[in-house]
Design a binder for this molecule. Sequence first.
Ligand code: MRU
Length: 347
Amino acid sequence: MMNQAHDSIRAVAWRDDSLHLLDQRLLPQQEQYLVLETSDAVAEAIRAMVVRGAPAIGIAAAYGAVLAARQRFTGDPENWRQAFEEDLDRLQQARPTAVNLSWAVRRMREKAAALEDDPVAALLAEAIGIHDEDILANHAMGTLGAAFIDHGSGVLTHCNTGSLATGGYGTALGVIRSAWSTGKISEVFADETRPWLQGARLTAWELVQDRIPVTLLVDGAAAHLMREGKVQWVIVGADRIAANGDVANKIGTYSAAVAARHHGVKFMVVAPASTVDMAIASGESIPIEARAPQEVLELGGQVVAAAGARAWNPAFDVTPAALIDVIVTERGAVQNPDTEKMRSLMG
Ligand code: MRU
């Protein structure tokens, strides 16, 4: 039985034969859904961060593959495949760091390869399966992760890992939802998450909608918060977890992990198995997306930096496994992760 409490938002939905995406660039000022009919429109929505968060972009790409099949299948069981494969390549290349994107596209590719006739209905069933499995995984992780948290704990989270970033409920925010529902958490703190402000714009919006009180802080205040003893756990998501347990996540996660270890605050990473990339030995090989300097030089479309200054804007960083107390997946939790433990988790 899934816990529906404190979980009202769905950012990705298949309705009336099209993909509906809540435009996360406009939140929290406007709640506007875009209706997408082509796989290239989905690829562009992923690139432009209409939809973002590792599991959510995988799910959106799976529905994008359905749209590609619908565009390309003209009745001839063979001639649609090449154009369909090229559509899938463009979907897969929309963003580089979150492995859920290539995981979902690969799953849709394999499904399509096994189909002989009109592929659309079977691919739609596969995409809905990916979406539903993600929500179930989030609920399982919510329960597993909340078990680590003692009553009366304060928690800090970074970026947005909730219903907006997943099929629903959330990864790190799913653990926070679950622990909040059972009264374990005394206070939720959220980093604003410069430069795109996923914490201030999205996590705060999502928690306010679902009646979980939240206190925002600038990213640079996190170490001071820990020094004041206000949080016992930092709980974050992941965009890709390497075979040795190193974790790529939103820029600023690594500094939160360093500060947490220094202050004796525990550090939890919550992500579905689809985020684990056993083909990558360590975090050093994870591709890190470089985004436009304007995201740093401007704020809400207004220039805030001195004219002539340049900006460096890596969207993600890598937290070494040694700084992580526990990785929670739907398959189980791995404490003090290393290659051997990750291998036995993933089979
Ligand atoms: O650039 P974004 O907003 O797509 O980055 C998202 C994150 O880094 C999340 O923390 C991660 O994808 C986990 S979401 C469940």
